[in-house]
Design a protein around this ligand. Structure first.
Ligand code: ADP
Ligand code: ASP
Ligand code: MG
Length: 440
């Protein structure tokens, strides 16, 4: 069986929902993972933030506006009176729950409950639409099987066991629909797999059922060789290895959640990235096959903080790096890049929630400098470190201030740390020289 995931834009308009129906209606049994309709999760985040700031009037305004948008979409999509009424009742209950949330004290659980409503809405509406169109479908409630453990990683044995129960007790159907993104935590409270997490839901399910393939349907024809939001003339990459896709997703290619390939790579399950608005396009196939050497793509990750840790004769003092890493371990903060010299070590983090505490600990044994607002630009490709243009990088980027460089950590990745203000310029320059073959 295949797992097909459709993102926000794919379920964000009546026209696109019709495309989705045409894609899935091929007579084969399948599991369909849906995101919230486009814009919904951002609005829910804004609503939660207003509640946090005790600005309930703003929150209530936003909830009413969102409810209106849903009512209009339902009227356009569901012409069957009974299904239309049934859906509107369900949707009204969800919006009442949101209004009630504005009277409650803010908490993480309240926030996660608010954020979860987008996927509950989209799956319910889509299921009713398929029924209207005469397609046999059933909902597999994600909160009955998707769970994260104490390390906030998917609890695969739990998910496998509970998914099987939910699947086997569902009404026999051709299309089994489930919510992306949402899950329970170890205390059975509502949580999520972080923004963009529906991709991750799809590959987690793919791994537990040993799917034939996982397809991620979105609004672009696969992984492009640079960020299309900032660079013109980017091109889709037809094949990527799991390693290359993992590097690109981790280092900022927004098309994939950073952990997407992790669950499926060990089972060799292919992941195909496809465009809902152009299903004929090949898109990108992610598999264990590695192709020719070279720079395949460039990605960038924002909101990076660089920390320089200075101490007299750092490298001679064995145990120094251990002390440094222990501080990050205590605050459960992962390090992305690291460079060392005789007197200092520089490293980067993207989660700065515990930055003040980390700096206070490090200052007990070293001098600390912090630079916020940095970006990591990452070049990815099989054996990219050996590519014929790699030696020209410094020349290509001669007017960009490079703060750190990581080369050789893996053969598939070269990362540069730069000021966020230089990001777009850097992406464009690299694109010209690496893909448009402008000479230097
Ligand atoms: P969905 O809602 O379907 O999950 P996303 O917005 O999460 O879609 O991801 C698709 C978007 O990712 C594209 O519209 C594009 O703007 C952005 N993107 C960023 N980098 C890349 C890249 N290298 N290749 C393709 N898309 C990218
Ligand atoms: N709806 C969630 C988000 O916007 C999950 C997803 O779209 O993948 O982050
Ligand atoms: Mg996404």
């Amino acid at each position: 069986m295949k797992v097909l995931k459709f993102g926000g834009t794919s379920v964000g308009s009546v026209k696109n929902i019709t495309n989705v129906k045409n894609i899935i209606n091929d007579g084969n049994k399948k599991i369909v993972v849906l995101s919230a309709m486009s814009g919904t999760t951002n609005e829910l985040v804004a609503i939660a933030n207003h509640i946090k700031d005790e600005n309930s009037n703003e929150a209530i305004n936003k909830i009413h506006k969102l409810h209106e948008i849903y009512s209009l979409t339902i009227d356009e999509l569901l012409i069957d009176k009974t299904l239309n009424n049934e859906t509107k009742n369900y949707v009204s209950d969800i919006f009442s729950l949101l209004i009630n949330s504005t009277y409650k004290p803010f908490s993480n659980i309240l926030e996660n409950t608010i954020l979860a409503q987008g996927e509950l809405l989209s799956t319910y509406i889509f299921n009713c639409y398929l029924k209207q169109e005469g397609i046999r479908s059933a909902i597999l409630p994600a909160l009955n099987f998707m769970r994260i453990d104490t390390a906030k990683e998917p609890d695969l044995p739990y998910i496998k066991k509970h998914f099987e129960t939910v699947f086997n007790t569902a009404e026999t159907s051709d299309v089994y629909i489930t919510q992306g993104f949402i899950c329970l935590d170890v205390d059975d409270k509502i949580s999520n797999l972080q923004r963009g997490g529906s991709d991750y839901t799809a590959t987690i399910i793919g791994a537990v059922i040993k799917a034939e393939e996982v397809q991620i349907w979105t609004d672009i024809d696969g992984m492009h060789n640079n960020d299309p939001r900032h660079v013109e003339n980017t091109k889709p990459i037809s094949n990527l290895s799991y390693d290359e896709a993992a590097e690109l997703a981790y280092f900022g290619a927004k098309i994939l959640h950073p952990q997407t390939v992790t669950p499926v790579r060990e089972y060799n399950i292919p992941v195909s990235l496809k465009n809902t608005m152009n299903p004929e396009a090949h898109g990108t196939l992610i598999s264990s096959i590695t192709s020719e050497n070279g720079i395949k793509a460039i990605a960038a990750k924002d909101n990076i903080t660089a920390i320089k840790i200075k101490s007299g004769r750092m490298l001679q003092a064995h145990g120094f790096l251990k002390k440094v890493f222990e501080v990050f371990e205590v605050y459960e903060t992962s390090i992305d890049m690291i460079t060392t010299s005789e007197v200092a070590v520089s490293l980067t983090i993207d989660d700065d929630r515990n930055l003040d505490k980390i700096v206070a600990e490090l200052e007990k044994f070293a001098l600390i400098e912090v630079d916020k607002n940095q970006s990591i630009v990452c070049l990815v490709g099989h054996s990219v470190v050996n590519h014929e243009y790699t030696y020209k990088l410094f020349k290509i980027l001669k007017d960009v201030k490079i703060r750190m460089i990581s080369y050789g950590g893996s053969k598939n990745n070269i990362s540069l740390l730069i000021n966020a203000d230089d990001k777009v310029k850097t992406l464009r320059k690299l694109n010209n020289y690496l893909f448009e073959l402008v000479t230097v």
